[in-house]
Design a binder for this molecule. Structure first.
Ligand SMILES: [Zn+2]
Length: 100
């Protein structure tokens, strides 16, 4: 993807603010090559894109009353997270957040 002197389509200019933000947040890096300048996403940005491409399932927004929490066994209001019913305290635990 080398740069050229062809005019940039008007539509592409709509992304200028987004592209400036990528630069401002150091999410892209410039690579000087023999055939010109090339811009690539940083490894961190690439990893994050992969994560966003496969989002962790959100906890259900529906609350369940009258069940025990599958985490602490407390009788309280729970929410379905993956295949478990968890209270708010157990949902906040890293292992349950990661499990989705
Ligand atoms: Zn719990």
């Amino acid at each position: 993807m080398s740069t050229s002197n062809e005019p940039i389509p008007v539509l592409a200019r709509q992304f200028d603010p987004l592209l400036r933000e990528l630069m401002a947040f150091s999410l892209v890096q410039k690579e000087e090559r023999a055939d010109g300048v090339s811009w690539v996403l940083t490894p961190t940005a690439q990893r994050r894109l992969s994560e966003l491409d496969h989002p962790i399932p959100e906890a259900s927004s529906m609350f369940v009353v009258g069940h025990r929490c599958d985490g602490c066994r407390e009788h309280t209001v729970t929410r379905r997270v993956g295949d478990q019913l968890l209270c708010a305290r157990c949902q906040a635990l890293p292992e349950h957040r990661a499990a989705g």
